[in-house]
Ligand binder design. Structure first.
Ligand SMILES: Cc1cc2nc3c(=O)[nH]c(=O)nc-3n(C[C@H](O)[C@H](O)[C@H](O)COP(=O)(O)OP(=O)(O)OC[C@H]3O[C@@H](n4cnc5c(N)ncnc54)[C@H](O)[C@@H]3O)c2cc1C
Length: 454
């Protein structure tokens, strides 16, 4: 094999002391095992890595934070974008240029001094570019739509080693595909996104003991039918372990956590959430007016790497009988510890964006369901079986899958179900044209060798 020379960023091999740290990410259920890790510093490094892989007949994967790892790459070249973490805000245009490895946290910090915010999600540690390539359902989603709807341009290195400026005019097909279709079409080195004029919001979590307040899910579902587009919310069912690191009021309980982000003043937020507070005694209530820079406290998700698997469905609607099945399939006595989360969709998410993109099921999907379990080595199959059982009663309302919330390898039917009929074929044709040798190994198989294995 010829050596990869001339990159500004370092290159690691399995013999390097730093190899494990460089190939690892947030998801620990598995990891890429590449022959080379290129810690790219910019588009030229990415181009050099792609050209090297093409010369040697190696496949290429890309990783930023590693939250969304699908099927790991064996051999080949892993481009790590973590050093490409720059963010440049143009306050006059209300846009940001975001490099491939920048986390949402960095974009939030850079935008806030200008009274602006990005369409970021529940966790600031997630990479802004990978999140956006998968669509991106964020804290303000019902008001502003998917993060991908706000992309203005991207710089992309395609499998032929070209650095392309991708806009609706220069590369309409690729511009459509990358916004919602994932990263299998090229390596994005940066993107320009529109920011929104948001400094503060009313949000946080309401935690109820499901045993004392059994109707929380149905009450949240009823409540979502009454809220304006300014309100985006979710509800999670969490079996809290009886461990010292869990705060006392939650420890050892089966908890429903309603997560709310409302774009409005405190008084309005209080009025709007009154029906939820009236449900019963909350174990914890963190609802308050807060700056967008503290938006991570709304979902309060773990930020340490761990191993997890999930199953996800986009749903037309929810009904009380089906919701009631979750206690048996995922409750405290279920064989596998499972976290359930519903997000309320609709609003701007249901409307077509100004420039069409690959995101599917906009109008039809009013809720998403995600079931997720932390897994120990060897526990993968029982987690998958538990997830199938938990999701089964909801299948009759399912319209597809949301790729961003699907953690772990996906089969081709699941990937196909994320898109409108015909759109998956369009993506596969584009992939075949831009990457005929299937060099780029995306998290989700689209028209590739990965797909024929699925
Ligand atoms: C705790 C947590 C909270 C989350 N919250 C939300 C949320 O609120 N809303 C939401 O929509 N999603 C959410 N997600 C999902 C998340 O958006 C995806 O998993 C995303 O891909 C993770 O970003 P990352 O930087 O860790 O990606 P990585 O795991 O590094 O990358 C994921 C995949 O993206 C592709 N990719 C990465 N970089 C590039 C690039 N530069 N060019 C081309 N392709 C690339 C590759 O195929 C790669 O395998 C969450 C995930 C977690 C674990």
């Amino acid at each position: 094999m010829s050596e990869l020379k001339g990159t500004e960023g370092p290159v690691y091999t399995p013999e390097s002391v730093e190899y494990d740290e460089q190939r690892g990410g947030y998801q620990r259920v598995t990891a890429h095992r590449p022959a080379l890790v290129v810690a790219a510093t910019g588009a030229e490094d990415v181009r050099a890595a792609v050209e090297h892989a093409a010369r040697e007949g190696l496949r290429v994967a890309v990783q930023a934070g590693g939250h969304g790892l699908g099927e790991p790459l064996e051999g080949g070249v892993l481009i790590s974008t973590r050093r490409m973490s720059g963010v440049r805000v143009d306050p006059v245009a209300g846009t940001a240029w975001v490099e491939a490895g920048a986390s949402w946290g960095r974009v939030i910090e850079a935008a806030a001094p200008h009274g602006l915010a990005p369409l970021s999600g529940s966790s600031p540690g997630v990479g802004a570019v990978p999140y956006t390539l998968g669509g991106g359902v964020g804290l303000m989603a019902r008001r502003y739509g998917f993060a991908a709807d706000h992309v203005r341009r991207l710089t992309v290195v395609t499998a032929d080693g070209r650095i392309r400026d991708v806009t609706p005019d220069t590369e309409p097909g690729l511009f459509w595909a990358l916004r919602g279709g994932g990263g299998a079409f090229g390596v994005v080195t940066g993107m320009e996104i529109g920011l929104v004029p948001v400094e503060r919001l009313y949000g946080g979590g309401l935690y109820f003991d499901v045993e004392r307040v059994p109707g929380v899910l149905t009450a949240w579902h009823r409540w979502t039918a009454t809220v304006p587009e300014e309100t985006t919310s979710a509800v999670a069912l969490l079996p809290m372990p009886d461990l010292p690191m869990i705060p006392e009021p939650l420890r050892g309980r089966y908890v429903a956590q309603i997560q709310i982000a409302h774009l409005g003043a405190e008084e309005e937020g209080r009025r709007l959430t009154e029906p939820l507070r009236a449900l019963g005694p909350a174990l914890r209530d963190t609802l308050r007016e807060l700056p967008y820079t503290e938006s991570a406290t709304i979902f309060d998700e773990p930020d340490h790497p761990h191993a997890y698997l999930s199953r996800n469905r986009l749903l037309r609607d929810l009904d009380p009988d089906t919701l009631a099945t979750l206690l048996a399939t995922t409750g405290p006595s279920a064989p596998v510890m499972t976290v359930v989360q519903f997000r309320h969709l609709g609003g701007a998410l249901a409307r077509p964006p100004r420039v069409p993109n690959a995101i599917g099921h906009r109008g039809a999907a009013r809720y998403s369901l995600n079931v997720l379990s932390p897994v120990e080595p060897g526990g993968e199959e029982s987690a998958r079986a538990a997830h199938r059982a938990a999701v089964a009663p909801f299948e009759r309302e399912a319209v597809g899958t949301l790729l961003n919330f699907s953690y772990g390898p996906l089969d081709k039917d699941t990937v196909r179900s994320a898109f409108e009929p015909g759109d998956h074929e369009r993506l596969a044709r584009l992939k075949a044209r831009l990457d005929p040798r299937d060099l780029l190994h995306g998290a989700w198989p689209i028209g590739s060798v990965q797909e024929s294995r699925g």
